[in-house]
Design a protein around this ligand. Structure first.
Ligand code: PXP
Length: 238
C-alpha cells in the first residue's frame, strides 16, 4: 500500500485570495495528520502565490510526518530547503503563467541545473525526488543523478477523456513505474488524482508514495460547508 502525501497548497490559495491569516495551511496539515496522512506536501513557488516561506518554517516545527517540499531547481529554493531540512524535496518544473504544474521536469534538457541542486540537497541530508513524465528516457536521466526517487506525473491518466485513452495512459504509468523500479529508484506518483480515479493507481505494485492535493481540498470544502454555515447561523441568530 503506498503512503499518502497530502498536498495542502490550496488551503493557502484560499488564504491568499484575501491575503489574510485564514485558513492556515499549518492547521490543515495538523488535521491531515489526524486523518492519517503519511506526509504533508507543499509547493513553495517562486511567485509565492499560495504557500509562503512562513508556512514552510512553521510546518517544519509542527508536522510530525514526512514533509515533502516541492520546488523549482533554483539556488534560492535549494538554499531554503537546506535551511529548513524537509524530509524530502521534489523538484518540479515551474512556469509563472501556469495554473498548476503542467508537465514533468525535463531532466534531459535541464540536466546541469537539476544535477547541481540534487547534489547540494543530497549532500545536505535531504532526499530528492524528481517529478517527471512517465517516459523511460527521463527515468534513465534521473537515474544518473543524485536522487532516490521519481514521482511519475499521473495528469494524462487523470485527464483522459475516454476509457481507451485512460487505459493507454494507465499502462504507460505501469510500464514506466516498472522501469523506474528496475533502475533502483523509489516510485512515487501524483497529480490530478481524485476519489474516482485513485484506486487503480494505488494498486500499482511497488508504488511507494502518492501525492494528492486539489481533490482532497475540494472535498474538505464540501464536507465542511454545512457545519460552517450552521455555526455562523447560530451566531447571527443569537
Ligand atoms: N505532485 C506534484 C509534483 C505536484 O506538483 C502536485 C500539485 O502541486 C501534486 C502532486 C498534487 O496534484 P493535485 O493537486 O492535482 O492532487
Amino acid at each position: 500500500m503506498p503512503s499518502l502525501g497530502v498536498n495542502i497548497d490550496h488551503v493557502a490559495t484560499v488564504r491568499q485570495a484575501r491575503r489574510t491569516i485564514e485558513p492556515d495551511p499549518v492547521w490543515a496539515a495538523v488535521l491531515a495528520e489526524l486523518g492519517g496522512a503519511d506526509g504533508i506536501t507543499l509547493h513553495l513557488r517562486e511567485d509565492r502565490r499560495h504557500i509562503q516561506d512562513r508556512d514552510v518554517r512553521v510546518m517544519k516545527e509542527t508536522v510530525q510526518v514526512k514533509i515533502n517540499l516541492e520546488m523549482a531547481a533554483t539556488d534560492e529554493m535549494t538554499n531554503i530547503a537546506l535551511e529548513v531540512q524537509p524530509g524530502q524535496v521534489s523538484l518540479v518544473p515551474e512556469k509563472r503563467e501556469e495554473v498548476t504544474t503542467e508537465g514533468g521536469l525535463d531532466v534531459i534538457g535541464n540536466r546541469d541545473r537539476v544535477k547541481a541542486c540534487a547534489e547540494r540537497l543530497t549532500a545536505g541530508g535531504v532526499e530528492v525526488s524528481l517529478f517527471i513524465d512517465p517516459d523511460e528516457r527521463q527515468i534513465d536521466a534521473a537515474k544518473e543523478l543524485a536522487v532516490s526517487a521519481v514521482e511519475l506525473h499521473t495528469g494524462r491518466y487523470a485527464d483522459a477523456e475516454d476509457e481507451k485513452t485512460r487505459e493507454r495512459e494507465f499502462l504507460t504509468l505501469v510500464k514506466a513505474g516498472e522501469h523506474a523500479v528496475r533502475q533502483g529508484l523509489v516510485l512515487h506518483m501524483g497529480h490530478g488524482l481524485t476519489y474516482r480515479n485513485v484506486s487503480r493507481i494505488a494498486d500499482i505494485p511497488d508504488l511507494c508514495e502518492l501525492n494528492i492535493g486539489h481533490s482532497i481540498v475540494a472535498r474538505a470544502v464540501m464536507v465542511g460547508f454545512t457545519q460552517a454555515v450552521r455555526e455562523m447561523k447560530a451566531l447571527v441568530a443569537r
